[in-house]
Design a protein around this ligand. Structure first.
Ligand SMILES: CC(C)(COP(=O)(O)OP(=O)(O)OC[C@H]1O[C@@H](n2cnc3c(N)ncnc32)[C@H](O)[C@@H]1OP(=O)(O)O)[C@@H](O)C(=O)NCCC(=O)NCCS
Length: 159
């Protein structure tokens, strides 16, 4: 059991999931239905926020999501989610979606998404989240751009 106040590293809560795209996941054009990808993204990101905070979490915001390339039946889909930044009670999680054709090995980065979660106390109120220790250069870069993303969001809310 972690001490709730102890900061964690990005690696401590990162999540990686892999799916095989089945017919039930697709639209009439045989490429993946966007809502399926969004649900995978939300689930992976929520697990990161839960692992970071060791609390129940809710999604408060999903940033712009664009689908840059189709994902086809039979593709393998890799979802990589990691915490980018933490505010007082909020956690910003970045998610990268990569499609892989298992027969050629060719991979395509299809989507990047940023989601904000809030950890809740025992009566459903936002609770202060633990600190985050970015270690690698990439994690430090994501921390700074996450900070800017949150500050910009707060500025646009007050306009
Ligand atoms: C989560 C919830 C309890 C937060 O309550 P709240 O009154 O908005 O609390 P606050 O205004 O103090 O916001 C809490 C944090 O979320 C952040 N936040 C709130 N709205 C946000 C938004 N639209 N985008 C990004 N961050 C947001 C705030 O900046 C704050 O962050 P900080 O403490 O790190 O500075 C409430 O919004 C809620 O219950 N939402 C529904 C969540 C849900 O059911 N999700 C399931 C998917 S539908």
């Amino acid at each position: 059991m972690h001490n709730q106040n102890e900061p964690k590293t990005v690696a401590d809560s990162a999540v990686e999931m892999r799916y095989l795209v089945m017919p039930n996941d697709t639209n009439p054009q045989n490429s993946i239905f966007g809502g399926v990808v969004m649900s995978w993204i939300d689930m992976a990101a929520a697990m990161v926020a839960e692992r970071h905070s060791n609390r129940p979490v809710v999604t408060v915001h999903v940033g712009d999501i664009s689908f840059k390339a189709p994902i086809r039946i039979g593709d393998h889909v890799l979802i990589q989610a990691s915490i980018n930044y933490v505010g007082k009670t909020s956690m910003l999680v970045g998610v990268k979606v990569i499609a892989e054709n298992p027969f050629t090995g060719i991979t395509r980065h299809t989507t990047t998404a940023y989601l904000t979660f809030v950890a809740l106390d025992d009566i459903g109120r936002p609770i202060q989240t633990r600190g985050l220790i970015p270690e690698t250069d990439e994690e430090k870069r994501r921390f700074e751009s996450g900070k800017k993303r949150i500050e910009d969001m707060k500025k646009s809310k007050t306009k």
